[in-house]
Design a binder for this molecule. Structure first.
Ligand code: GLC
Ligand code: GLC
Length: 801
């Protein structure tokens, strides 16, 4: 076990993070679920679950930004004599004798002990099941018999998380429940168009129940003082409108040393329209009963948990490293890959910073997320690529977001982000290099989900590429459109109305000269990859077309060198009027990270020394104690011509925050330039397992966050937006391919590390298609590379480079 931190520590053998006090600087959460039922759970059991869509199928109600923070979840109350407490400390906050929360792979175990009574709750979602299991184990650790009571408690959301907190004139009259000995059923709106309900069941007869919040909690009480719990009773209430909840009560007794166990199942059921009811107004409970039977016995729950364990064991057995740096090993072997899976599942929809109602699946985000999971769940990556491509328009543009429930493009956000199409090439290349599945290129994929418009995925890639060459600006550089990767560099917006969103307000692209060096770099990098794919014998594209791609890439390189170089670094953009952005000529925002990252990854002007110089400039101007900031100097006031970027106070978000997503671009650029010391230094700064000061970082020390406050902020080093960020996939790509140097290629693995020689000896286990590789690497800093052609089977190799 590693050194103790004030709030917790890693347990690598168990693949867990152990939180040792409940009052963490911010709720430290975990995710449960692997397919379409997902849960967010904090270290005090706060959070919620949903099925498929965090906005439209929200099961538990959750109040973002409440006071206190993170109120509401799955709460167990214990009344032992006059003392009421919760195993996870909240909401009663009764001081516990011991507390521990272990966040593991897809499960969370919370254990509290008070006055000789120990309560351990294991929360998990079995793979492919639509329910949470709450396995409660109670033990009398004292010397005298104990009589006590236990209450469960959850509060239902009325399905649509958005209207649930808006439309009270309706909501407060719609709530309906059914009460059965095995479970409390939530069936609001089931009478009309809904074909789904939720239930909270338990594997033993209960002594009392409540389904009406006011009866259980009391009009003037909070979650910390439910009136029924204080009185040792249940109201046996039946909710009619208002706020339906589910609570069971048990009156229990335990001899010294004895244990008891209850298994709760919190589930979601969707019925066929024609089989909704078993009698007028009585919901068809067959599926719920099946789940209760399957999981409601110790052996059933054991099997489900073992299945979950083996799901993650299998996932995490595909790539692992054994090095001399424990922080590196735990990041690579456990937490980075886990976070990649979660970002793939969630996109940017539901976290403690994303409300689950705001954003669907981003076109660019989801494509980038693929880079983190193609080696883990290739079949699902394949489906995702086809889903994303189907939201593209015939001209190559695309919806910026789509809704997971319908997989349709989201009209509210629209399109016009000119980097978007290129990410489809990025995602597809990553997938084919991993799997060798060139067949995906021939899959028919429609435009804007309109049947009858299908062309092959390869055609989609071609029009993605053409979308850039069809939209070049006065310098032959890509027009930026609404924005490029940086959503906040809004060069065509000119918004002076605080009531409109920069993301959706009118976009004055007509007549605009705004060009992006970030897209230029992305185009060159992805264009080279695209040409390599097209020229591969398995694709054998028309050589004339391949030549055309190559010459467009070469022309872009020339345009960047001619019009995109500022003397010491790459410019960031040209504005609407053709003015320079990210230039030494500017007073603020003289240098930006994105163009340094992408142009150095694309190796533009490398022979002339431009890449080394740009990387040196990034170190000199952008690097600070906690990572590389996005731009500097930060904007000190709002600039209408630039938009949202200048709306943020200095040091936050896109205005000179350490936007961790783009740090790996520089690190990869450094690796391509062969500068291992810079690679390692930048990597350690943003990687959470190297965090020294957990209190300052504030958010979870086991996952990357989107943003860490930059040098100009009030508290540099403070993290925000943990979990759902492209940082996960990019740091994965960076560490696996560029630091440890295991690069999937169409026909094998290329080994090309870039790590300080002191850490240069390590072992890699890598599953690649139908092969397993055990590779011992000795990297001495000579920048060598070694190609391993793909052959199925087991291979053990030792390589010195
Ligand atoms: C957020 C968005 C992503 C965008 C980035 C920079 O992370 O999800 O799409 O590229 O911010 O603005
Ligand atoms: C804001 C955020 C940016 C995010 C965007 C999504 O602009 O600053 O990070 O990508 O919202 O709409």
């Amino acid at each position: 076990m590693e050194e103790k931190h004030p709030f917790g520590h890693f347990d690598d053998a168990a693949r867990e993070y152990v939180i040792t006090r409940p009052d963490t600087p911010w709720p430290w959460i975990n995710y449960m679920g692997t397919r379409d039922f997902f849960s967010l759970i904090s270290n005090t059991a706060g959070g919620y679950c949903f099925c498929r869509d965090a906005k439209f199928r929200r099961i538990l109600r959750y109040r973002y930004n409440g006071v206190p923070m993170d109120a509401g979840g799955r709460y167990f109350y214990i009344k032992d004599g006059d003392i009421v407490w919760n195993p996870g400390w909240k909401p009663c906050k009764t001081p516990l004798d011991t507390y521990e929360c272990r966040h593991g792979m897809g499960y969370t175990r919370i254990c509290g002990e008070k006055n000789g009574l120990r309560a351990e709750v294991l929360f998990f979602v079995p793979p492919d099941a639509r329910c949470e299991i709450h396995r409660v184990k109670l033990t009398n650790t004292g010397k005298t018999p104990k009589r006590f009571q236990l209450w469960s408690f959850v509060e239902w959301c009325l399905w649509n998380a958005s209207t649930d907190m808006e439309n009270f004139q309706r909501n407060l009259s719609t709530g309906e429940v059914e009460i059965e000995p095995d479970a409390l059923y939530h069936k609001t709106e089931y009478r009309e168009r809904r074909d789904h309900y939720a239930f909270y069941g338990v594997n033993r007869p209960y002594d009392g129940f409540d389904t009406d919040r006011e009866t259980f909690i009391g009009m003037y009480n909070g979650f910390d003082a439910p009136q029924q719990v204080l009185a040792g009773t249940s109201g046996n209430s039946v909710a009619h409108g208002w706020s339906p909840v589910a609570s069971h009560r048990f009156d229990l007794e335990l001899k010294p040393g004895a244990s008891d166990e209850l298994i709760f199942v919190l589930g979601y059921v969707k019925n066929p329209q024609e089989a909704k009811f078993t009698a007028p107004a009585v919901i068809n409970k067959a599926q719920a009963r099946k789940m209760l039977q399957a999981y409601g016995t110790p052996s059933g729950a054991d099997i489900a948990f073992a299945t979950l364990k083996s799901y993650w064991d299998d996932i995490l057995s595909r790539f692992s490293v054994a090095s001399v740096v424990p922080e590196l090993d735990r990041t690579v072997n456990i937490w980075n890959q886990y976070q990649c899976m979660i970002t793939f599942f969630m996109s940017r929809s539901a976290s403690y910073f994303e409300s689950g109602i705001g954003r669907g699946m981003g076109f660019r985000d989801s494509n980038q997320d693929l880079a983190g999971i193609v080696h883990l769940i290739p079949e699902r990556a394949r489906q995702r690529i086809l889903d994303i491509a189907a939201t593209q328009f015939p001209d190559g543009g695309c919806y910026h977001q789509y809704q997971p429930l319908t997989k349709r493009g989201n009209n509210d956000i629209g399109g016009g982000f000119n980097d978007d199409p290129l990410w489809l090439i990025f995602g597809t290349v990553a997938y084919i290099k991993e799997t060798g599945d060139f067949g995906i290129l021939h899959e028919p994929v429609p435009f804007d989900n309109k049947p009858g418009t299908e062309v092959s995925l390869l055609e989609h890639l071609k029009i993605s590429f053409a979308h850039v060459t069809d939209n070049l600006g006065p310098h032959g550089l890509p027009l930026i459109g609404r924005a490029d990767w940086n959503d906040c560099l809004n060069l065509n917006c000119f918004s002076d109305n605080p009531d409109e969103s920069f993301q959706t307000t009118e976009n004055k692209t007509e007549g605009s000269k705004a060009e992006s060096l970030m897209i230029a770099g992305l185009f060159v990098a992805e264009g080279k990859d695209f040409a390599e794919l097209l020229a591969h014998p398995a694709v054998a594209a028309d050589p004339k077309y391949v030549a055309k791609v190559r010459s467009a890439v070469a022309a872009m390189e020339t345009a960047v060198k001619t019009h995109g170089w500022d003397g010491e670094w790459f410019l960031r953009a040209y504005g609407y009027y053709g003015d320079k952005i990210g230039s030494n000529e500017n007073d603020e925002g003289k240098i930006f990270i994105e163009s340094q990252g992408w142009c150095t990854m694309a190796r533009i002007g490398a022979d002339e020394g431009l890449c080394d110089k740009a990387l040196d400039s990034a170190v000199e101007h952008l690097e600070c104690e906690h990572g590389l900031v996005l731009n500097t100097p930060a904007y000190t006031h709002y600039i209408k011509d630039y938009g949202e970027i200048s709306s943020y106070p200095q040091g936050y978000k896109e205005n000179a925050g350490i936007f961790c997503h783009n740090n790996p671009w520089i690190i990869i650029g450094e690796a391509m330039a062969g500068r291992e010391d810079a690679v390692w230094r930048h990597y350690c700064k943003i990687t959470p397992s190297f965090t020294k000061d957990q209190a300052l970082r504030k958010v979870e020390p086991y996952v990357f966050c989107q943003m860490v406050a930059g040098k100009d902020a009030a508290r540099p080093g403070e993290g925000k937006n943990s979990w759902l960020t492209g940082t996960a996939a990019w740091t994965w790509k960076c560490v696996s391919e560029f630091i440890l140097g295991i690069k999937p290629q169409y026909d094998g693995l290329l080994i090309e590390p870039c790590i300080p020689a002191a850490y240069g000896t390590y072992k890699i286990h890598r599953r690649f298609r139908n092969a397993e590789y055990d590779i011992t690497i000795h990297y001495t800093g000579r920048h060598g590379k070694h190609f391993i052609p793909y052959t199925p089977g087991r291979h053990t190799l030792e390589i010195e480079l």
